[in-house]
Design a protein around this ligand. Sequence first.
Ligand code: NAD
Length: 283
Amino acid sequence: MNIKTVGVVGAGQMGSGIAQVCAQSGYHVIISDINKELLDRGMGVINGALAKAVEKGKMSEDAKKTVQQRLKGTLSFDDYKPCDIVIEAAIEDMAEKRRIFSSLDRICPPQTILASNTSCLSVMEMAMSTKRPAQVLGLHFFNPVPVMKPVEIVRTLVTSDATIGTVRAFSESLGKKVIIAKDVPGFIVNRLLIPYLLDAVRLLESGTASKEDIDDGMVLGCNHPMGPLALADFIGLDTVFFIANALYDEFKDPKCAPPPLLRKMVTAGYLGRKRGKGFFDYK
Ligand code: NAD
Protein backbone atom coordinates (compact mmCIF):
# COMPACT_ATOMS: atom_id res chain seq x y z
CA MET A 1 0.00 0.00 0.00
CA ASN A 2 1.17 3.51 -0.78
CA ILE A 3 0.70 5.73 2.27
CA LYS A 4 -0.14 9.36 1.51
CA THR A 5 -2.33 10.53 4.38
CA VAL A 6 -1.58 9.88 8.05
CA GLY A 7 -3.95 10.28 10.99
CA VAL A 8 -2.62 10.94 14.50
CA VAL A 9 -4.89 10.57 17.54
CA GLY A 10 -3.74 12.72 20.47
CA ALA A 11 -1.80 16.00 20.17
CA GLY A 12 0.26 15.55 23.35
CA GLN A 13 3.99 15.08 23.73
CA MET A 14 4.18 12.09 21.36
CA GLY A 15 1.30 12.82 18.96
CA SER A 16 2.58 16.31 18.13
CA GLY A 17 6.09 14.93 17.48
CA ILE A 18 4.77 12.12 15.27
CA ALA A 19 2.58 14.56 13.29
CA GLN A 20 5.52 16.95 12.82
CA VAL A 21 7.87 14.23 11.56
CA CYS A 22 5.22 12.85 9.17
CA ALA A 23 4.41 16.31 7.73
CA GLN A 24 8.11 17.09 7.33
CA SER A 25 8.49 13.81 5.44
CA GLY A 26 5.87 14.86 2.88
CA TYR A 27 2.70 13.20 4.24
CA HIS A 28 -0.65 14.89 4.69
CA VAL A 29 -1.45 14.69 8.40
CA ILE A 30 -4.75 14.88 10.28
CA ILE A 31 -4.33 15.23 14.05
CA SER A 32 -6.98 15.33 16.79
CA ASP A 33 -7.35 15.82 20.51
CA ILE A 34 -10.31 15.80 22.88
CA ASN A 35 -10.80 19.58 22.93
CA LYS A 36 -9.71 22.73 21.11
CA GLU A 37 -7.40 23.89 23.86
CA LEU A 38 -5.35 20.66 23.81
CA LEU A 39 -5.37 20.53 20.02
CA ASP A 40 -4.17 24.16 19.82
CA ARG A 41 -1.48 23.42 22.37
CA GLY A 42 -0.21 20.48 20.27
CA MET A 43 -0.29 22.52 17.05
CA GLY A 44 1.53 25.32 18.92
CA VAL A 45 4.30 22.89 19.88
CA ILE A 46 4.71 21.85 16.23
CA ASN A 47 4.69 25.45 14.97
CA GLY A 48 7.22 26.40 17.66
CA ALA A 49 9.54 23.56 16.59
CA LEU A 50 9.26 24.56 12.91
CA ALA A 51 9.91 28.24 13.74
CA LYS A 52 13.02 27.21 15.70
CA ALA A 53 14.26 25.17 12.71
CA VAL A 54 13.88 28.29 10.49
CA GLU A 55 15.63 30.44 13.10
CA LYS A 56 18.58 28.02 13.18
CA GLY A 57 18.77 28.00 9.38
CA LYS A 58 17.80 24.32 9.19
CA MET A 59 14.60 25.03 7.25
CA SER A 60 13.51 27.79 4.86
CA GLU A 61 10.41 29.92 5.53
CA ASP A 62 8.81 28.43 2.38
CA ALA A 63 9.49 24.86 3.53
CA LYS A 64 7.94 25.69 6.91
CA LYS A 65 4.78 26.96 5.20
CA THR A 66 4.61 23.82 3.04
CA VAL A 67 4.88 21.61 6.14
CA GLN A 68 2.19 23.65 7.93
CA GLN A 69 -0.14 23.31 4.92
CA ARG A 70 0.15 19.53 5.17
CA LEU A 71 -1.12 19.58 8.77
CA LYS A 72 -4.79 19.69 9.63
CA GLY A 73 -6.19 19.69 13.16
CA THR A 74 -9.63 18.28 13.92
CA LEU A 75 -11.93 17.40 16.82
CA SER A 76 -13.88 14.84 14.78
CA PHE A 77 -12.84 11.25 14.03
CA ASP A 78 -14.91 11.49 10.81
CA ASP A 79 -12.00 13.43 9.33
CA TYR A 80 -9.84 10.27 9.50
CA LYS A 81 -11.76 8.81 6.52
CA PRO A 82 -9.05 9.62 3.93
CA CYS A 83 -6.23 8.17 6.07
CA ASP A 84 -4.09 5.25 4.87
CA ILE A 85 -2.73 4.80 8.39
CA VAL A 86 -3.88 6.18 11.75
CA ILE A 87 -1.39 6.28 14.64
CA GLU A 88 -3.02 6.39 18.07
CA ALA A 89 -0.98 8.39 20.63
CA ALA A 90 -3.64 9.04 23.27
CA ILE A 91 -3.32 8.37 26.99
CA GLU A 92 -1.95 5.02 28.18
CA ASP A 93 -5.30 3.56 29.17
CA MET A 94 -6.65 0.35 27.65
CA ALA A 95 -10.34 1.25 27.89
CA GLU A 96 -9.72 4.55 26.06
CA LYS A 97 -7.51 2.89 23.45
CA ARG A 98 -10.13 0.19 22.77
CA ARG A 99 -12.79 2.91 22.31
CA ILE A 100 -10.51 4.76 19.89
CA PHE A 101 -9.70 1.63 17.84
CA SER A 102 -13.34 0.63 17.63
CA SER A 103 -14.33 4.15 16.41
CA LEU A 104 -11.50 4.25 13.86
CA ASP A 105 -12.53 0.80 12.62
CA ARG A 106 -16.07 2.05 12.01
CA ILE A 107 -14.98 5.23 10.24
CA CYS A 108 -11.88 4.34 8.20
CA PRO A 109 -11.99 2.41 4.92
CA PRO A 110 -11.20 -1.33 5.16
CA GLN A 111 -7.60 -0.97 3.90
CA THR A 112 -6.56 1.63 6.51
CA ILE A 113 -3.84 0.41 8.89
CA LEU A 114 -4.36 1.18 12.58
CA ALA A 115 -1.28 1.58 14.79
CA SER A 116 -0.76 2.31 18.49
CA ASN A 117 2.15 4.17 20.04
CA THR A 118 1.54 2.37 23.35
CA SER A 119 4.55 1.89 25.63
CA CYS A 120 3.42 -1.34 27.24
CA LEU A 121 -0.26 -2.21 26.71
CA SER A 122 -1.36 -5.27 24.70
CA VAL A 123 -1.66 -4.37 21.01
CA MET A 124 -3.58 -7.62 20.50
CA GLU A 125 -6.30 -6.38 22.83
CA MET A 126 -6.66 -3.18 20.80
CA ALA A 127 -6.66 -5.21 17.56
CA MET A 128 -9.53 -7.34 18.83
CA SER A 129 -11.73 -4.28 19.29
CA THR A 130 -11.63 -3.92 15.47
CA LYS A 131 -12.81 -6.10 12.58
CA ARG A 132 -9.37 -5.83 10.94
CA PRO A 133 -6.91 -7.32 13.48
CA ALA A 134 -4.45 -8.29 10.71
CA GLN A 135 -4.06 -4.56 9.94
CA VAL A 136 -3.32 -3.53 13.54
CA LEU A 137 0.17 -3.21 15.01
CA GLY A 138 2.24 -1.26 17.50
CA LEU A 139 4.38 1.64 16.25
CA HIS A 140 6.35 2.80 19.25
CA PHE A 141 8.24 6.05 18.71
CA PHE A 142 10.73 7.46 21.20
CA ASN A 143 10.64 10.83 22.91
CA PRO A 144 11.36 13.43 21.50
CA VAL A 145 10.10 11.97 18.21
CA PRO A 146 11.85 14.42 15.83
CA VAL A 147 15.21 13.63 17.48
CA MET A 148 15.16 9.94 18.39
CA LYS A 149 16.14 7.53 15.64
CA PRO A 150 14.49 4.18 16.45
CA VAL A 151 10.91 3.07 16.13
CA GLU A 152 9.71 -0.29 17.46
CA ILE A 153 7.23 -2.13 15.27
CA VAL A 154 5.16 -4.42 17.46
CA ARG A 155 3.76 -7.48 15.76
CA THR A 156 0.81 -9.32 17.32
CA LEU A 157 -0.04 -12.98 16.71
CA VAL A 158 -2.28 -11.92 13.84
CA THR A 159 -0.59 -8.87 12.24
CA SER A 160 -0.13 -9.66 8.53
CA ASP A 161 3.22 -9.63 6.72
CA ALA A 162 1.77 -7.05 4.29
CA THR A 163 0.95 -4.69 7.18
CA ILE A 164 4.45 -5.07 8.64
CA GLY A 165 6.01 -4.47 5.22
CA THR A 166 3.99 -1.31 4.55
CA VAL A 167 4.66 0.14 8.00
CA ARG A 168 8.36 -0.71 7.83
CA ALA A 169 8.68 1.19 4.53
CA PHE A 170 6.62 4.07 5.94
CA SER A 171 8.77 4.27 9.11
CA GLU A 172 11.97 4.25 7.05
CA SER A 173 10.58 7.07 4.91
CA LEU A 174 10.39 9.09 8.16
CA GLY A 175 14.14 8.55 8.58
CA LYS A 176 13.66 6.06 11.42
CA LYS A 177 15.56 2.85 12.15
CA VAL A 178 13.04 0.04 12.52
CA ILE A 179 13.36 -2.61 15.21
CA ILE A 180 10.72 -5.33 15.45
CA ALA A 181 9.38 -6.99 18.59
CA LYS A 182 6.59 -9.33 19.56
CA ASP A 183 3.59 -8.02 21.47
CA VAL A 184 4.90 -8.53 25.02
CA PRO A 185 4.93 -5.72 27.61
CA GLY A 186 7.96 -3.46 27.27
CA PHE A 187 8.82 -4.77 23.78
CA ILE A 188 12.63 -4.46 23.46
CA VAL A 189 13.73 -1.13 24.91
CA ASN A 190 11.48 -0.76 27.96
CA ARG A 191 11.90 -4.45 28.82
CA LEU A 192 15.64 -3.83 29.23
CA LEU A 193 15.50 -0.23 30.44
CA ILE A 194 12.81 -0.30 33.15
CA PRO A 195 14.41 -2.99 35.40
CA TYR A 196 17.68 -0.99 35.17
CA LEU A 197 15.94 2.24 36.22
CA LEU A 198 14.18 0.42 39.07
CA ASP A 199 17.53 -0.99 40.27
CA ALA A 200 18.92 2.55 40.37
CA VAL A 201 15.97 3.60 42.59
CA ARG A 202 16.62 0.55 44.81
CA LEU A 203 20.30 1.55 45.14
CA LEU A 204 19.22 5.01 46.28
CA GLU A 205 16.51 3.61 48.58
CA SER A 206 18.94 1.22 50.28
CA GLY A 207 21.37 4.07 50.98
CA THR A 208 24.10 2.42 48.91
CA ALA A 209 24.98 5.72 47.22
CA SER A 210 23.74 9.29 46.69
CA LYS A 211 21.58 10.13 43.65
CA GLU A 212 24.44 12.21 42.21
CA ASP A 213 26.96 9.39 42.57
CA ILE A 214 24.60 6.78 41.08
CA ASP A 215 24.10 8.96 38.01
CA ASP A 216 27.76 9.99 37.74
CA GLY A 217 28.73 6.32 37.97
CA MET A 218 26.71 5.42 34.89
CA VAL A 219 27.46 8.60 32.91
CA LEU A 220 31.21 8.47 33.48
CA GLY A 221 31.66 4.73 33.99
CA CYS A 222 29.51 3.47 31.13
CA ASN A 223 29.49 6.51 28.85
CA HIS A 224 25.71 6.88 29.10
CA PRO A 225 24.53 10.37 28.09
CA MET A 226 22.30 10.52 31.18
CA GLY A 227 22.27 8.77 34.55
CA PRO A 228 19.36 6.42 35.38
CA LEU A 229 17.69 8.74 37.90
CA ALA A 230 17.85 11.76 35.56
CA LEU A 231 16.51 9.53 32.77
CA ALA A 232 13.61 8.35 34.97
CA ASP A 233 12.84 12.03 35.70
CA PHE A 234 12.92 12.76 31.95
CA ILE A 235 10.52 9.92 31.08
CA GLY A 236 8.20 10.84 33.97
CA LEU A 237 8.12 8.85 37.23
CA ASP A 238 4.41 8.07 36.76
CA THR A 239 5.18 6.58 33.35
CA VAL A 240 8.07 4.52 34.72
CA PHE A 241 5.79 3.34 37.55
CA PHE A 242 3.00 2.45 35.09
CA ILE A 243 5.28 0.49 32.76
CA ALA A 244 6.93 -1.30 35.72
CA ASN A 245 3.52 -2.44 36.95
CA ALA A 246 2.58 -3.69 33.46
CA LEU A 247 5.85 -5.66 33.25
CA TYR A 248 5.38 -7.07 36.76
CA ASP A 249 1.77 -8.10 36.02
CA GLU A 250 2.93 -10.05 32.98
CA PHE A 251 6.22 -11.61 34.14
CA LYS A 252 5.96 -11.62 37.96
CA ASP A 253 9.69 -10.90 37.96
CA PRO A 254 10.67 -9.10 41.23
CA LYS A 255 13.13 -7.00 39.18
CA CYS A 256 10.09 -5.34 37.56
CA ALA A 257 8.25 -4.60 40.82
CA PRO A 258 8.30 -0.84 41.47
CA PRO A 259 10.27 -0.06 44.65
CA PRO A 260 8.36 1.70 47.48
CA LEU A 261 10.38 4.92 47.00
CA LEU A 262 9.13 5.24 43.41
CA ARG A 263 5.54 4.66 44.51
CA LYS A 264 5.87 7.33 47.24
CA MET A 265 7.34 9.88 44.83
CA VAL A 266 4.49 9.34 42.37
CA THR A 267 1.95 9.68 45.21
CA ALA A 268 3.63 12.91 46.31
CA GLY A 269 3.34 14.30 42.77
CA TYR A 270 7.12 14.30 42.24
CA LEU A 271 6.80 13.14 38.65
CA GLY A 272 10.14 14.35 37.30
CA ARG A 273 11.01 17.10 34.83
CA LYS A 274 7.43 17.80 33.74
CA ARG A 275 6.51 18.79 37.34
CA GLY A 276 9.79 20.52 38.13
CA LYS A 277 10.71 17.91 40.73
CA GLY A 278 11.65 14.25 40.70
CA PHE A 279 14.89 12.74 41.93
CA PHE A 280 16.40 16.09 40.91
CA ASP A 281 14.97 19.65 40.89
CA TYR A 282 14.22 21.41 37.58
CA LYS A 283 13.16 24.90 38.60
P1 NAD B 1 0.23 13.09 26.62
O1 NAD B 1 -0.58 13.04 27.86
O2 NAD B 1 1.27 14.14 26.43
O3 NAD B 1 -0.76 13.16 25.35
C1 NAD B 1 -1.89 12.36 25.18
C2 NAD B 1 -2.93 13.21 24.49
O4 NAD B 1 -3.98 12.36 24.01
C3 NAD B 1 -3.58 14.24 25.42
O5 NAD B 1 -3.48 15.53 24.86
C4 NAD B 1 -5.03 13.75 25.51
O6 NAD B 1 -5.97 14.79 25.67
C5 NAD B 1 -5.19 13.06 24.17
N1 NAD B 1 -6.32 12.14 24.09
C6 NAD B 1 -6.82 11.32 25.04
N2 NAD B 1 -7.89 10.65 24.59
C7 NAD B 1 -8.07 11.05 23.31
C8 NAD B 1 -9.04 10.75 22.30
N3 NAD B 1 -10.03 9.90 22.52
N4 NAD B 1 -8.93 11.36 21.10
C9 NAD B 1 -7.92 12.25 20.85
N5 NAD B 1 -7.00 12.58 21.78
C10 NAD B 1 -7.07 11.99 22.98
O7 NAD B 1 0.87 11.63 26.50
P2 NAD B 1 2.14 11.18 25.62
O8 NAD B 1 3.36 11.21 26.47
O9 NAD B 1 2.11 11.90 24.32
O10 NAD B 1 1.79 9.63 25.40
C11 NAD B 1 0.89 9.20 24.41
C12 NAD B 1 1.09 7.72 24.15
O11 NAD B 1 2.44 7.50 23.74
C13 NAD B 1 0.87 6.83 25.37
O12 NAD B 1 0.31 5.61 24.95
C14 NAD B 1 2.29 6.61 25.89
O13 NAD B 1 2.43 5.42 26.63
C15 NAD B 1 3.05 6.54 24.59
N6 NAD B 1 4.49 6.86 24.66
C16 NAD B 1 4.94 7.88 25.47
C17 NAD B 1 6.30 8.17 25.50
C18 NAD B 1 6.82 9.29 26.36
O14 NAD B 1 8.04 9.34 26.61
N7 NAD B 1 5.99 10.21 26.81
C19 NAD B 1 7.21 7.44 24.72
C20 NAD B 1 6.70 6.43 23.88
C21 NAD B 1 5.34 6.13 23.87
